[in-house]
Design a binder for this molecule. Structure first.
Ligand code: ZN
Length: 350
């Protein structure tokens, strides 16, 4: 009897160097997310066959060409990526780098071993780093922002899994004490290389912000989903004041979406689609209002001691000045307003 396996090996030609090699993906019906974290990281899966519980699907997300070290998602290897112009630009640069044995791409790619079913965490991390590095060979305005943001977030998840599972290092390249030391050796060529979860998450957030900055405003639902993801990441890292600020942006985007949907429904344009947008916006507004209240209290309590101290240092001032000065000191809006009110009440008692 053939042993059951969750992996599907496929032979695919590299879209860059045209070398054929074997890649793997996991049959999607074999597992479902079980426990999820705020930033959509899946901690545990429910497997149809419990024997596969040790398999970590996140390790299989990026494919690697062992010949030229091109790394990307399976869709790109299969020619389903629609940004072929951008890929052509990466190809030109990558093929030069990969021919030089001492280049970072050759050294990093040479340490990836995806030749058997069980991918190591180290190889998966290197494949993600390479996929990122190769995207960043393009000038910032040419990059695929959504892809880059996703790769950084996924890289952060791998570092998190590596730390949480305390996995023994399987693949430390010769001449290095640890995998971390190997990663550190790339700092000269890639000064910003994220080698742990925190820095990877920071860049992921910046890249998601890029998507918002570069977006045309035509797809409010997409933008709201990105903002909600950013809020989740910020909250996970206890950056509550920033999360609260972004909640306000979500609120105004959802309000705008609601207006657009209502106007379109009145005119009878795309009624079903617009009703869906209207329902989505209404749900977002309700959730956002609730979360803003909770988060407002949290931020206010966090900032209160420092804000009180700042007010004491101001000397004799009126409530308006208190609010203005606290704003100057970059306290959250909620803190400024609430302290202003407290100050007003106290002044009236005197
Ligand atoms: Zn290749």
């Amino acid at each position: 009897m053939v042993k059951e396996t969750p992996f599907v090996p496929v032979n695919v030609k590299c879209p860059f160097c045209e070398t054929e090699s074997t890649h793997r993906y996991i049959k999607s019906r074999m597992f479902q997310p079980d426990l999820l974290e705020e930033d959509t990281h899946v901690v545990t899966y429910k497997w149809e066959n419990p024997e596969f519980a040790q398999v970590r699907p996140n390790l299989y997300h990026i494919w690697h060409c062992p010949a030229c070290h091109f790394c990307d998602e399976k869709e790109t290897f299969r020619g389903e990526d629609k940004s072929s112009g951008k890929l052509e630009l990466i190809k030109e640069k990558l093929l030069i780098h990969s021919r030089m044995p001492k280049s970072m791409i050759s050294r990093m790619g040479g340490a990836i071993d995806f030749s058997h079913d069980n991918y190591s965490m180290e190889s998966a991390i290197l494949a993600h780093l390479l996929a990122i590095y190769e995207q960043e060979l393009l000038s910032p305005s040419m990059r695929q922002h959504a892809k880059l943001a996703r790769f950084y977030l996924r890289l952060a998840w791998l570092y998190r899994e590596k730390a949480a599972l305390e996995l023994p290092e399987e693949a430390v390249p010769a001449g290095f004490e640890s995998f971390a030391a190997f990663l550190q050796s790339f700092k000269a060529e890639w000064p910003g290389i994220p080698v742990e979860e925190g820095p990877a998450l920071d860049v992921a957030m910046a890249r998601y912000q890029d998507i918002l900055n570069f977006s045309s405003g035509a797809d409010l639902k997409y933008e709201i989903n990105i903002m909600n993801l950013l809020i989740a990441i910020l909250r996970r890292n206890r950056r509550n004041a920033e999360a609260l600020k972004m909640l306000r942006a979500v609120f105004s985007a959802a309000t705008k979406a609601r207006q657009i949907a209502r106007a379109a429904i009145q005119k009878g344009v795309n009624a079903v689609q617009q009703q869906n947008l209207l329902n989505f916006a209404a749900g977002v507004i309700e959730k956002t209002t609730e979360l803003a209240e909770q988060l407002g209290d949290i931020v206010f309590n966090e900032e209160l001691p420092a804000a009180k101290e700042a007010v004491l240092k101001m000397g004799p001032v009126d409530a308006k000045t208190v609010v203005a000065k606290l704003r100057e000191l970059k306290f959250a809006d909620i803190t400024c307003r609430r302290l202003g009110k407290m100050f007003e009440k106290q002044a009236m008692k005197k």
